[in-house]
Design a protein around this ligand. Structure first.
Ligand SMILES: Nc1nc2c(ncn2[C@@H]2O[C@H](COP(=O)(O)OP(=O)(O)OP(=O)(O)O)[C@@H](O)[C@H]2O)c(=O)[nH]1
Ligand SMILES: [Mg+2]
Ligand SMILES: [Zn+2]
Length: 342
């Protein structure tokens, strides 16, 4: 089996050089389930665990899609630097990144058109998608259940900052070619979105067989039942790779403000012409965003809200970094005291 089939390229080849030797081989994480991993390497598919050392050496815990150095055929001893990474903030109080999928070329943000179309939620997904470094594509699924698909598509197009929007029915199978056009052999895509949006139904369509379990949404509010519970990589017959992920209950941001400008390129272009560089577009004199009239009020409010959230995250990350630094200095001092005593 050649590694190229699994997405191996020149970038990873070069990054692997410093890990080469000592019985280490490159492998790709196909399934990550807490402490248990399935990896793909030259000889094929294998179960793997994480080498004890890795827990202390770095922050990088292997995620699905990662390229790793595999020792003795079963132990992951290093995670290669990622080409792209789709993350969110870990749910709860901790200020930590949670990697959802690594090394993806395309990210399909899947939404069902069966309930209310939540434009603000799509904006959040798109912000993280732009941050990931992968190419975002919005997939409006369950178009068979929607009366006015053209209007839904137009609303989403208006907020997508140029990301393609595909209108499909994964169940009935139409529109799927508009999803497939974004994939090339050797490339990796991931699907993300709320539970019940139809991610696994789409994955089955794309793979050409019923690989993933799907389950009906709740009749009263169209919400899903969190059917998919693991992040898993599949190899499609056409030669590209696809990651199915569980629906996310919470989508807290893990991003930089640069991604806000990518995700809101309409506002960013106008904001560059505001008189004051720190214009918040809330009635300041000479505000180009306010006078243009072309920006929807709710989109502008969403832009401001996401920026506030990111500013808050920045402060917390800074605090955390400062704490880490303090701990590191303390450790060094302790080590030095020990050294001079002996
Ligand atoms: N009418 C219609 N139903 C669909 C379509 N796509 C998926 N469904 C149905 O929606 C329900 C949920 O589909 P899943 O594929 O399990 O959704 P999921 O996004 O993988 O959900 P989680 O794994 O829980 O995150 C199932 O009953 C599917 O048959 C579609 O295009 N049209
Ligand atoms: Mg699923
Ligand atoms: Zn302004």
């Amino acid at each position: 089996m050649s590694l190229e089939k699994f997405g191996w390229n020149f970038y990873f080849e070069s990054e692997f050089e410093r890990f080469a030797g000592a019985g280490r081989e490159p492998a790709r994480v196909a399934l990550a389930d807490r402490e248990q991993f399935v990896v793909w390497s030259e000889p094929g598919e294998r179960d793997a665990t994480v080498a004890g050392r890795l827990r202390y050496e770095s922050d990088a815990w292997p995620a699905v899609g990662d390229w790793v150095a595999l020792e003795a055929g079963t132990r992951i001893s290093a995670v290669l630097p990622r080409q792209s990474v789709f993350s969110r903030k870990e749910p709860g109080d901790v200020t930590r990144e949670q990697v959802i999928a690594a090394n993806i070329d395309v990210l399909f943000v899947v939404t069902g058109l069966d309930g209310d179309l939540n434009l603000r939620r799509i904006e959040r997904y798109l912000l993280l998608a732009w941050e990931s470094g992968a190419k975002p594509v919005v997939v409006l699924n369950k178009a068979d259940l929607c009366e006015n698909t053209a209007q839904a598509a137009a609303h989403v197009q208006a907020l997508a900052s140029g990301a393609p929007v595909a209108l499909i029915s994964a169940l009935e199978g139409w529109g799927v070619p508009d999803v497939e056009v974004h994939l090339r052999p050797g490339q990796t895509a991931a699907v993300t979105g709320s539970s019940g949006a139809g991610k696994s139904t789409l994955v089955n369509r794309l793979l050409g067989h019923e690989r993933q379990r799907v389950q009906e949404v709740r009749a009263d509010d169209s919400r899903g039942r969190h059917t998919t519970v693991r992040r898993e990589l599949f190899l499609a017959p056409a030669g590209w790779l696809l990651i199915d992920t569980p629906g996310l209950r919470e989508l807290q941001l893990w991003a930089t403000s640069a991604s806000v400008d990518l995700a809101f390129d309409d506002i960013a272009a106008l904001a560059a012409q505001c008189r004051f560089r720190d214009c918040r577009h809330q009635g300041e004199p000479g505000c180009a965003v306010a006078t243009s009239g072309g920006i929807d009020q709710s989109r502008l409010a969403s832009y401001a809200k996401l920026q506030r959230e990111l500013a808050h995250l920045d402060r917390k990350v800074d605090q955390r970094a400062a704490q880490d630094e303090k701990r590191r200095i303390k450790r060094i001092h302790r080590a030095m005291r020990g050294k001079y005593r002996s």
